[in-house]
Design a protein around this ligand. Structure first.
Ligand code: CDP
Ligand code: CDP
Length: 218
């Protein structure tokens, strides 16, 4: 299994992980794991079931029995398409809260490993290079300034027809950063052997070329 190549792309919210990971996967013909979507799906499913998001055991059960599938760019919870629904800020914030619960992370562990199939995988998230795929062939840690990330998220939300306000987004983003970096399990941090890439002043395509360049050097 460990001979199937994996490229991990970790970083804070709105650093461009998802965009860069999916373009790199497309260019290499690799599979894609959007691990954040698994936390978002678990959060959405738990919210809908009326579970208390602080109830670690209950939410971990939801994660363990998560019935999700990825078809092209579409995401399904059971038979329902939830591609847009899981992108709502409320779901993202709930995802970040439940992601701090060790039993929830454990419940999603094996599911993530199963995405490593031939010819290769690009995995994006917070702990892809540190916890889930520590033996990855290439590890990248994307960063960008808080201002650049808030601006990106703003444009993305407006473009999808959600309402957004910049002050609220900045506050949410900083709260999310703090929660992701300070939690006890799998905190957001670059792996010791990760390549750091600050994309504050880069386009997504420039970041993609850099990642492909590093991969070609391997
Ligand atoms: O798009 P954004 O970066 O805001 O979030 P995401 O990647 O979709 O992930 C949603 C939440 O899930 C994040 O705030 C993280 O707290 C959590 N997450 C995690 O803990 N570990 C991962 N590997 C991926 C996401
Ligand atoms: O997955 P993550 O939350 O890290 O970010 P994303 O969902 O990929 O969103 C990043 C947004 O910023 C997308 O709309 C990209 O087109 C844009 N962007 C980028 O990803 N990378 C840059 N270097 C510049 C802009």
């Amino acid at each position: 299994d460990n001979i199937i190549p994996v490229i991990t792309i970790d970083g804070p919210t709105a650093s461009g992980k998802g965009t860069v990971a999916s373009r790199v996967a497309e260019r290499l013909g690799f599979h894609l794991l959007d691990s954040g979507a698994l936390y978002r799906l678990t959060a959405l499913s738990a919210l809908r079931a009326g579970a208390n998001l602080a109830d670690e055991t209950a939410v971990a059960q939801v994660g363990h029995y998560l019935d999700c599938s990825f078809v092209g760019d579409q995401v399904f919870l059971g038979k329902e398409e939830v591609t847009e629904a899981i992108r709502a800020e409320e779901v993202g914030n709930s995802a970040s809260r439940i992601a701090a619960l060790p039993a929830v992370r454990q419940a999603l562990f094996d599911l993530q490993l199963r995405f490593r199939t031939a010819p290769g995988l690009v995995a994006d998230g917070r702990d892809m290079g540190t916890v889930i795929f520590p033996g990855a062939q290439l590890k990248v840690f994307l960063t960008a300034s808080v201002a650049a990330r808030a601006e990106r998220r703003y444009k993305q939300l407006i473009g999808k027809g959600f309402s957004a306000n910049m002050d609220g987004l900045l506050a949410d983003l900083q709260a999310r950063d703090a929660r992701d970096m300070n939690r006890a399990v799998a905190p957001l941090a670059p792996a010791a052997d990760a390549h750091l890439l600050d994309t504050s002043n880069m386009t997504a395509d420039e970041a993609v070329e850099q990642v492909l360049g590093w991969y070609a050097e391997k």
